[in-house]
Design a protein around this ligand. Sequence first.
Ligand code: URA
Length: 212
Amino acid sequence: MAGDNHARMNDPLRGLASEIRACMACALHRSARQAVPGEGSGESGVFFLGEAPGYNEDVQGRPFVGAAGQLLDELLAGIGLDRSKVFITNVVRHRPPENRDPLPDEVGACDVWLKRHLEILRPKVIVTLGRHAMYKFFPAESISRVHGKLRKTPEGLVIFPMFHPAAALRQPALRGALVADFATLALFLSAEPVAKAVEEEKTADQMTLFSE
Ligand code: URA
């Protein structure tokens, strides 16, 4: 069970987690021990999207609790972000057998849960971890080209693609890129309230102009 982090989730998140645990929309629920709906909060406005639960996540029912999760926790701590202040989930919510890549129909079946999580949380930024998560928003892109760059979708979602922490564990050369991308994320989060204030001031000025 998700324990403390689960208990902290607010009601719409908890309700959605129950729906996801009952999902049988693709065949993955047959081989997995349980669903991994996601955990955390919208407090920081950061939403992490990984690929799929692995062995440890399948056992515990929580996302990113294995080796890749440990690295994710370190990267979060490195920019002063507590795991409980971000939301963490995956493109597919059940573990694929033998940790194989999720199939297109499995990814498609889970789309509804991503949409519902985004509707509830309305994050400032969606950090995609790895290419499967990036493909959800930029299907024709290459992760090595776009990682570390903030992009907006036509729907207005702000996406920040990063390498997957598991890739950095396999290829230590990618770790530096992940650390640098987390630093950019921290910069975005610290600049975001200023950008918003400037935008609000501009709007207020325009309203004054219009009312004169
Ligand atoms: N890798 C992922 O993409 N998600 C997890 O939850 C764990 C490892």
